[in-house]
Design a protein around this ligand. Structure first.
Ligand code: SF4
Ligand code: SF4
Length: 67
C-alpha cells in the first residue's frame, strides 16, 4: 500500500505557476490569485506534484497515525 502523505508548500519558494495543479491526477491542489491550497481528502499520495514543482516548493509528510 502507498504510504499516505500530506503535501505541504513552502510559500517562500512557490510562485504560483500552477505546474503542480496541472499534473495532479485528482485535482487535490488548487490555486487562487494569492494562495496555494491542498485538499487532503482528494489526494492519493502519488507524489507527482512534489517531483513536478520546478522550484522544489512541495514536500510530502507522512500521515501515519493522523487519520
Ligand atoms: S501527491 Fe498526487 S494526488 Fe496528492 S496532491 Fe500531489 S499530485 Fe495530487
Ligand atoms: S509547481 Fe511549485 S511553484 Fe508552481 S504552483 Fe506548484 S508548488 Fe508553486
Amino acid at each position: 500500500m502507498v504510504e499516505r502523505v500530506r503535501i505541504v508548500v513552502n510559500e517562500d519558494r512557490c510562485y504560483l505557476c500552477g505546474g503542480c495543479v496541472g499534473v495532479c491526477p485528482t485535482l487535490a491542489i488548487e490555486l487562487s490569485s494569492s494562495s496555494w491550497n491542498f485538499y487532503q481528502e482528494k489526494c492519493i499520495s502519488c507524489r507527482i506534484c512534489v517531483n513536478a514543482c520546478p522550484v522544489g516548493a512541495l514536500t510530502a509528510e507522512p500521515l501515519e497515525g493522523e487519520e
